[in-house]
Write a protein that binds this ligand. Structure first.
Ligand SMILES: CC(C)(COP(=O)(O)OP(=O)(O)OC[C@H]1O[C@@H](n2cnc3c(N)ncnc32)[C@H](O)[C@@H]1OP(=O)(O)O)[C@@H](O)C(=O)NCCC(=O)NCCS
Length: 126
């Protein structure tokens, strides 16, 4: 899946967001990747667009895991991943280069069952 990021109203092209299946050290993962036009960096565009794509992936697409593959020296991309709430799960060699593997998991965003399964069962039985 690849989405262009367009500016509301003006339809100006601001960048793109992609969901891609990647084989990372033998493990198939869905990667989220982002690019923003240089003239519009540091306006929160990547974070806003990636949040929408992440919500779509965990909602409509039903994915449970999303990773971002980020080079250790790419501070901007690491910043986007951290602002999304992703955390470094591991490091991996990808395309012959070391990468940080940031992870987001669907369960992190799901509401917790307030009383646990037993309590829900008690209420149904009453
Ligand atoms: C990475 C990229 C998409 C970030 O886009 P952006 O719209 O500027 O990102 P945001 O404005 O949402 O920034 C989110 C956070 O990332 C961090 N960040 C962004 N740019 C940064 C920079 N140049 N240096 C350090 N941290 C940076 C900050 O923590 C920022 O939050 P803050 O502004 O509240 O402090 C953009 O720099 C880009 O297209 N880079 C080239 C392509 C690329 O490297 N893609 C990723 C491949 S893994």
């Amino acid at each position: 899946m690849s989405e262009s990021v367009l500016e509301t109203g003006r339809r100006a092209f601001l960048g793109d967001l992609r969901l891609t299946i990647q084989l990372v050290e033998g493990i198939a993962e869905v990667e989220i990747a982002w690019h923003v036009a240089r003239t519009r960096w540091r306006e929160g565009i990547a974070t806003e667009a990636a949040t929408a794509v992440r919500d779509h992936a965990f909602g409509d697409l039903g994915l449970r895991r999303l990773i971002a593959l980020v080079r250790p020296d790419n501070d901007a991309s690491q910043g986007v991943a951290r602002k999304l709430g992703m955390e470094v799960e591991r490091t991996a060699v990808f395309h012959d280069l070391p990468h940080l593997v940031f992870l987001d998991a669907a369960e992190r965003l799901e509401p917790e069952e307030p009383f646990g399964d037993d309590a829900a069962g008690d209420l149904e039985r009453r």
